[in-house]
Design a protein around this ligand. Structure first.
Ligand code: DX5
Ligand code: ZN
Length: 205
């Protein structure tokens, strides 16, 4: 199992948290961006993120919880991320963004909320690299895993395509047992609110 650590909920500052994550076996640094419109909370501006990741060497897994994701992508591609994920609920037709990311050599993820049917993303499965299955309603860290999304993950794993399945929200040492069909898990508070990040990451792996 690959692990992407989200730094939004931690007892340390963002910069300190990212420094600690960089000393672990985390596979990606998950960067959660909230716009205050698509989700209620607004968190960071691009300038904040640029400073936070200055010394980071982990591949960046950018998760845009934002309306009009195209307007953010121009900035975020400057960071040369491993991938950028935007929400299927936030766009009318994702093709333009998928192509734009691929033209810039960046992998593309599509995220789906817990109450969005997988049939919404089926037309794009042969064009994208990642499906980010939200296992909480996006907008804040530290929420409880919604067990009904497990069916969605299992259904997705039966569909054809070159995409990986990433699961985001409420992942911990107990809920990980439900995620046999996931390739990557995002973990925020379970890792970053602990005293031993590496021990927790190892448990998830
Ligand atoms: C939810 C975010 C998640 C979340 C993960 O809006 O996309 O990445 O912060 O944090 P935990 O693991 O605490 O649910
Ligand atoms: Zn996320």
């Amino acid at each position: 199992m690959l692990v992407a650590v989200s730094f939004i909920k931690s007892k340390y500052s963002e910069k300190e948290t990212i420094d600690i994550i960089n000393q672990t076996s985390s596979d990606f640094l998950h960067v959660d961006i909230m716009d205050g419109i698509f989700v209620e909370n607004k968190n960071y501006d691009f300038d904040d993120i640029e400073l936070f990741v200055k010394d980071n060497h982990l591949p960046l897994d950018v998760h845009l919880m934002c309306n009009n994701p195209f307007s953010y992508i121009e900035d975020y591609i400057k960071l040369k991320p491993y991938n950028i994920t935007f929400h299927i609920e936030a766009v009318e037709s994702p093709e333009k963004l998928i192509n734009y990311l691929h033209d810039n050599g960046i992998k593309c993820g599509l995220a789906i909320n817990p109450d969005t049917d997988i049939k919404e993303i089926i037309p794009y499965l042969d064009k994208i690299d990642t499906v980010l299955v939200m296992s909480v309603y996006p907008g804040k860290g530290g929420q409880k895993f919604i067990p009904s999304v497990v069916n969605k993950i299992n259904e997705l794993s039966k569909l054809k395509g070159n995409f990986v399945i990433e699961v985001d929200g409420g992942v911990n040492n107990e809920t990980i047992a439900l995620l046999d069909n996931a390739d990557i898990v995002v973990s925020g508070s379970y890792v970053c609110c602990s005293d031993d990040y590496e021990e927790r990451i190892k448990k998830l792996k």
